[in-house]
Design a protein around this ligand. Structure first.
Ligand code: FES
Length: 157
């Protein structure tokens, strides 16, 4: 059993062999792999309430595959999916937060947007979202992507 575990190689989501004792650190550094690069990062709540709302138990993995199909998994327009714990916005579940890399090439209009009811998205809707993000179309102008009124003054004043 011990030998089997010792011989088992792990690979991270970028396809690099993982260093022993780590879960995603590459064994060999390859500067050509866009490990740290992204244009848009989508934080998907994977905590108890939001996680249960999704029919797909591994929504993050599914979305990473969709992003690969759209050729947005690497390069200048890379969209990165990150699972998170509870945002404290459970009543809008499931929720996701869009973080644009505005220092380099992100679209500031979509930065900081909170999407609600993402558990109701089908694959085609996810594709429309990813294409809109890639093309830097402001989500404020697309009705189908409902937003959480995060920090809307009418909610806290
Ligand atoms: S469980 Fe997702 S915001 Fe609370």
């Amino acid at each position: 059993m011990r030998n089997i575990m010792e011989n088992k190689k792990l690979y991270n989501t970028m396809g690099s062999e993982v260093a022993e004792g780590f879960t995603c650190k590459p064994k060999k550094f390859d500067a050509n792999k866009p490990i740290m690069h992204f244009k848009t990062q989508l934080f998907i709540c994977d905590d108890e309430r939001c996680g249960k709302a999704h029919k797909d138990e591994n929504i993050a993995a599914t979305l990473r595959e969709v992003i690969k199909q759209l050729n947005l998994a690497k390069g200048e327009d890379r969209i990165k999916i990150v699972r998170t714990g509870c945002f404290g916005a459970c009543r809008f579940r499931s929720v996701a937060n869009i973080y644009e890399n505005t220092r380099i090439n992100g679209n500031s209009k979509n930065n900081g947007i909170w999407l609600k009811n993402i558990h109701r998205y089908d694959i085609e809707k996810w594709k429309r979202l990813f294409k809109a993000l890639k093309e830097n179309i402001s989500l404020d102008e697309i009705e189908e992507f409902e937003q959480v009124p995060m920090s809307d003054p009418s909610f806290y004043k």
